[in-house]
Design a protein around this ligand. Structure first.
Ligand SMILES: [Zn+2]
Length: 231
């Protein structure tokens, strides 16, 4: 009895970890980092955002840095010109669902809808069919992974998040990234707010030139996330 209860508790803990830890592959393959070499991968979630995304695009263009934008479908429809500008900048575009709901407690129908509506919104506004997916907050369940597989998506987590969404100040965002740099890291920043399309992410845009300078002076290069795709 006790052994059974313990096994159940352990199984529950593993399932919870599989659902909530962004790089856990319990329910299916997730890429949370690259090979441990000098390449790093810059990713932006929760956009597009009318104010922040254009500033970020300008910085990326100025420094010739590739990035991947995991867009919220509803935001792409709200800011179609900005979504198009991301594509025109040559960046990769990923699906981050239609409405940024937490997926881990949702059933197969809602999950299928979130992924397919997000895909359609992004494709309609940018002209690009997303090939990569990242779950809001990294929260997943077996239905999420099944739907991603059905769509032939590569699923990504991340190595280094710095809570730029808390808006701790541009210098703090920059310092946290610098402190966390490590070989092969996938960096997570935010050009938008998953829930509020008008959300303020200007500190992230302000931090970006310094982040790029720090990455380069530490001997790293910023590479496209597509180099890690397997599907
Ligand atoms: Zn998000």
């Amino acid at each position: 009895m006790i052994v059974g209860a313990l096994a159940l508790a352990a199984g529950g803990a593993a399932a919870l970890y599989g659902a909530l830890e962004q790089n856990n592959s319990l329910f299916g393959p997730v890429t949370g980092r690259g090979p441990r070499d000098r390449r790093l991968y810059l990713t932006f979630d929760d956009g597009p955002n009318g104010e922040t995304t254009p500033l970020i695009l300008e910085t990326l263009a100025r420094h010739e840095v590739p990035a991947t934008f995991f867009m919220v479908g509803a935001h792409a429809r709200r800011f179609p010109d900005v979504a198009r500008a991301v594509a025109a900048g040559g960046h990769s575009i990923g699906n981050h669902t239609e409405t940024h709901i937490k997926l881990h407690l949702r059933g197969p129908m809602r999950i299928a809808h979130e992924l397919s509506a997000g895909h359609a919104s992004i494709a309609a506004t940018t002209g690009i069919e997303p090939r990569v997916f990242r779950a809001p907050h990294g929260y997943r369940n077996p239905f999420v992974m099944r739907e991603a597989r059905r769509r032939n998506y590569d699923v990504f987590g991340w190595t280094l998040g710095v809570w730029d969404t808390d808006r701790p100040g541009a210098e703090t965002i920059r310092r946290r990234v610098r402190a966390g740099l490590q070989p092969g890291a996938i960096l997570l920043l935010h050009d938008g707010d998953g829930y509020d399309p008008e959300g303020d992410r200007l500190q992230t845009a302000e931090a970006l030139p310094g982040i790029i300078a720090d990455v380069r002076s530490a001997g790293y290069t910023l590479a496209p996330l597509s180099q890690l795709c397997v599907a």
